[in-house]
Design a protein around this ligand. Structure first.
Ligand code: 5GP
Ligand code: ZN
Length: 114
């Protein structure tokens, strides 16, 4: 996708601080972190929002969530705990229209979020 910021991060035309990468996904530090640990985990294929998911994407989504757990351990936030979330569309707080799983940790989060 030509005008997608995260597709440009995937093809490395825009630099990012990469935490993990494989054939299916990329994980990198958020440029404006909301917590001491704030990683974005994204699929390498362009899917704009959760509303665009198809059944064929279920395995890929599972891999994103699985990777969040692996990275939480690697980054030392697994024992204290952490938050994962997908934002969808404007009311959900989505600003970049390429799905991404936020992995946040290193501080306490309340529920419901503000
Ligand atoms: P959203 O609000 O769509 O759920 O999350 C988008 C996230 O992308 C935000 O937390 C924002 O800080 C992050 N972000 C926006 N532009 C860039 C960028 O160029 N590089 C990185 N690493 N993160 C970005
Ligand atoms: Zn994209």
């Amino acid at each position: 996708m030509e005008n997608c910021l995260f597709c440009k991060i995937i093809d490395k035309s825009i630099p990012s601080d990469i935490v993990y990468e494989n054939d299916n996904l990329l994980a990198f530090n958020d440029i404006n972190p909301e917590a001491p640990v704030h990683v974005l985990i994204i699929p390498k294929i362009h899917i704009p929002t959760l509303n665009d998911l198809k059944k064929e994407h279920v395995g890929l989504l599972g891999e994103l969530v699985f990777t969040a757990g692996i990275l939480a351990k690697k980054l030392g936030i697994d024992k204290d705990g952490y938050r994962t979330n997908f934002n969808c569309n404007d009311a959900g707080g989505q600003t970049v229209y390429h799905i991404h799983l936020h992995l946040l940790g290193g501080r306490h989060f309340s529920w419901p979020p503000g």
